[in-house]
Design a protein around this ligand. Sequence first.
Ligand code: MG
Length: 268
Amino acid sequence: MKIIRYIDSQGHIGYASQQSDGTALEIEGNLFGDFQVTDRRADVSKLLAPIQPVAIVCIGLNYRFHAEETKAAIPQHPVVFMKLPNAIQHPGEPILLPTHLKSDKVDYECELAVVIGKAAKNVSRENAIAHVLGYTCANDVSARDWQKSGGGGQWCRGKTFDTFCPLGPVLVTADEIPNPNNLRLKTILNSQTMQDWNTNDMIFDVPALIEFLSGSTTLMPGTVILTGTPHGVGMARNPPVWLRDGDTVTIEIEQIGRLTNPVKDEPS
Ligand code: MG
């Protein structure tokens, strides 16, 4: 099932099941418990990020060719950092280039996002996928200057500005993607393809990430895991490519869809 979150014409927020003809049917119940698709047509006036996460856990350097392009060693354990819920941005809404804490080195990263559906703690690799509600597209927008030298060695400062985590356009339930580690994923900047690879290049695959992240740690329902980006990021290009006001960036993942956001300067 392809689940959307939306605002209707009365301003109410709901979930719905997107149909193949482009319409959507309202969902009743709890996405993290029991829910049903009704026969009522959803009155979608605007799409939202398909989930408002309780936590956003991100993995760095998780693709072999990307680790090479950044000249980083292959990590022994997944490299973990966090974004905050303020970073979530909806499909079609702008990525804002920071002007107050100014950055002129903002980059894109296409990533498969995993949404946890059932609380997971000390989960084995074999049972990991049973805790997944579904998958969506993410853009791990990154201010490289703040990531590298403005955060005391931590990446978070450069990764969690407002709008730095677009998600969407739909959440595809786990039953429709039995193997998340064989999906083509791309970044298209304006009309140019910048990243075009496959999740099968992950150093730690989705079950391995859930096993590791749930170790002595509860992953609450509604946790979103960003699983890392392949090579082709702007900072590793010669010359480097940075997002600019007026750009349009699209993240596309096979079997999920296309997440498109314009880029604008943060209003002063
Ligand atoms: Mg990333």
